[in-house]
Design a protein around this ligand. Structure first.
Ligand code: GLU
Length: 492
């Protein structure tokens, strides 16, 4: 076989630095587990000062989804996982889309046949069905591996369709090493002669990932533990070609609960769902990083560059991680609190605008009020909708045990507060507070006896993003007084 072309392919492979790849199949959404794989892959490359590649694995034509590649691009971009090489940015070992590499897999399969690591299989579908009739998991029986070169040539000349299968040694064992799971040894007679090239000429995942990882110079392979059982076969392929085996890092699954893997089909959220639910990308990234990896110690809040700095393979866990929405929500609230006020306003504005249409309300002030209490952006509407319109409410809200308010005390407080507020010329939080706490002192009661009823009257809610005077300041004089008069009417 003329090796010139193969030598040229080898010559393109960069050496001397870490190279990792995220290799998604375009399914149309990003699983939390997939995002974690992408993130760890990215973090290894950044930690080691190497390159992070994006490769699209689209050889399963039946699973192709329109626009699915865009979901991958936009998710990675929103999460800050920038790739150094990929379909859109190119690179030294492209193309980075498997269907565009189609011809190359066939050539490597031919090379493998010549090296004794693969063979053509001409078995008909009927024969294969027969083999699996009693046992659907039965391995291929190796019939075509025993064809003589003359018999193979005869079939090729006659145009009989074929697939190319991996030739697994019948004897011995194969061991492979995983950074998380350690050494795993399997008897070769448990491994199937898997199809490497299908009859349509396209490679199976099992073949394409090995060829591509080698030709792209990948040093660390991060993927889900569902691929663990196939790893020995990949090693046999590397060995047949005489190639260096990359470091494997298989990650235990992300679970919904102790028994079930997270699954989009069963309603578990994808990355896009979480964003639509009001979670911030940075919080999701931070949370997902800690799902199955621990930096050691108590600290939990890490920016992406901090994760890259801290990331090491030793911290990856062998046990499945349970996705805990409450924990994510807590983390999201931490991120929201830590945002610069203007950034928070920009993130919150679409939600605030949808909930508060009254142009007299200053949404920047609303944002400042809700920022310390907001857990997810989508809960904002429910917190601020009273600003637009006083909701229907029950006067029982005026009775507050801790503040010792009763229906009677609430009524007299509102009646006393009304003229004080009517006479107020400066309508600011400070002026309002001075006036109402002055009134409480005059009446010889605790501030809460006056402030609680005012808060209920202007909001109609038991829980609000601010106290009485902050809410009055937001609503403006006219609207505040109108609501207090309304409260007096309700209590009278
Ligand atoms: N295309 C495979 C997937 O999306 C990638 C597996 C791997 O990273 O090797 O599951």
């Amino acid at each position: 076989m003329d090796m010139t072309w193969f030598q040229a392919m080898e010559a393109r492979i960069p050496h001397g630095q870490a190279r990792t790849r995220f290799a998604p199949s375009p399914t149309g959404y990003m699983h939390v587990g997939n995002l974690r794989t992408a993130l760890y892959t990215y973090l290894i490359a950044r930690h080691l000062g190497g390159s992070f590649l994006l490769r699209i694995e689209d050889t399963d034509q039946e699973r192709l989804v329109e626009g699915a590649t865009d979901v991958i691009y936009s998710t990675l971009r929103q999460c800050g996982l920038t790739w150094d090489e990929g379909p859109d940015v190119g690179g030294p070992v492209g193309p980075y889309v498997q269907t565009e590499r189609r011809d190359l897999y066939g050539r490597y399969a031919e090379l493998l046949i010549e090296r004794g690591g693969a063979y053509r299989c001409f078995c008909t579908r009927e024969r294969l069905e027969e083999l699996h009739r009693d046992d659907p998991t039965a391995k291929y029986d190796g019939l075509c591996a025993r064809l003589t070169p003359e018999e193979v040539q005869e079939k090729l000349d006659a145009g009989v369709p074929y697939v190319i299968r991996q030739k697994i040694p019948r004897e011995g064992t194969t061991t492979f090493t995983d950074a998380t799971f350690g050494d795993i040894t399997v008897p070769n007679d448990t491994l199937d002669d898997n199809v490497l090239i299908k009859s349509d000429g396209l490679p199976t995942y099992n073949f394409a990932n090995v060829i591509d990882d080698h030709l792209m110079g990948i040093t660390h392979v991060v993927r889900g533990s569902e691929y663990l059982s196939s790893a020995p076969k990949y090693n046999l392929l590397y060995e047949s070609f005489g190639w260096k085996i990359p470091t494997y890092i298989h990650c235990a699954p992300v679970m919904r609960d102790a028994q079930h893997k997270m699954s989009k089909r069963h309603g578990d959220p994808s990355y896009e769902d979480l964003i639509a639910e009001g979670y911030l990308s940075q919080a999701v990234v931070n949370y997902v990083a800690l799902l199955g990896w621990s930096p050691g110690g108590e600290r939990e809040i890490y920016s992406l560059p901090e994760l890259a700095e801290a990331f090491d393979l030793k911290g990856i866990s062998k046990s499945p991680a349970v996705f805990d929405k409450q924990k994510l929500t807590w983390m999201n609230a931490e991120y929201l609190k830590a945002m610069a006020p203007e950034d928070f306003y920009q993130a919150a504005a679409p939600y605030l605008k949808a909930a508060v249409q009254n142009p007299a309300i200053d949404l920047r002030k609303v944002a400042a009020l809700v920022q310390p209490r907001c857990e997810v952006l989508t809960d904002l509407a429910e917190r601020v909708d009273f600003l637009d319109r006083l909701p229907e409410y029950d006067t029982a809200l005026y009775v507050h045990k801790k503040s010792k308010t009763t229906l009677e005390s609430a009524l007299s407080s509102l009646q006393a507060a009304l003229p004080v507020l009517e006479g107020l010329t400066e309508w600011s939080n400070d002026a309002l507070f001075a006036a109402l706490s002055g009134l409480a002192a005059e009446l010889g009661v605790k501030n809460a006896i006056v402030l609680w009823p005012v808060r209920v009257a202007v909001s109609g809610k038991a829980s609000t993003p601010g106290g009485a005077t902050e809410l009055c300041a937001l609503l403006g004089k006219e609207e505040s007084l109108r609501r207090i008069r309304d409260g007096i009417a309700r209590l009278s």
